[in-house]
Design a protein around this ligand. Sequence first.
Ligand code: DC
Length: 236
Amino acid sequence: MENNNPKIIIAIDGYSSSGKSTMAKRLASRIGYRYIDTGAMYRAVTLFAMRQSMIDADGNVDADLLQQALPGIKIDFAPQPDGSQRTLLNGEDVEDEIRRIQVSSHVSTIAAIPFVRHALVKAQKAMGGEKGIVMDGRDIGTTVFPEAEFKIFVTASAQTRAQRRFAEMLEKGGNPSFEEVLANVVHRDHIDETREESPLRKADDAVTLDNSLMTPSEQDVWLLNQYTRAISAING
Ligand code: DC
């Protein structure tokens, strides 16, 4: 869509599997913005740490080793013709691998490490330099872009979110149990909300969306309306 409106930063935060990535991605493609999935960046660092045996069987991370290795971890996004993106870890396409439950079970621990957050937040700020960006995550409206012109906070019940993630995993050929997926969602909520560094919380000026009972297309309509409203306010 041709978009002659002023370019802004759109921050979409919320709980895991709340459907925020799908909404964010579709809005970005609709209005001709770049989309960045910051969760994918934390997932890529987690995969790197797992491959290098920096996480033991109990889930403990060798933080010293990870800190040394961090400058050598390069994360990029390769845009696809259908508007989606694939996550690249040091040039390798790891998009499918970072969505697996093994990565999901360790990612909150990695995302709670302050030096990891500092490095990724710095990279994310750099990506927003030219605006015209939709970024989704947990701390975009509070820490990465507190000055973002348009902020959304997405939530839904844990049961609903686990159901969505479960269906997504089955579709991708995985074989998880629903209980395992639900437990993972609840566990991650807890770590994300209680970590010391940038815990998941709604920015004061964000608009909340509880989409437990909404279809994806209802969400798209809602989000586009909110965007139009935000742009009108900016245009005066
Ligand atoms: O959105 P997701 O499930 O792919 O996120 C993966 C993990 O990364 C999740 O546990 C929260 C964390 N995360 C974060 O702490 N900050 C972000 N900006 C994005 C994700």
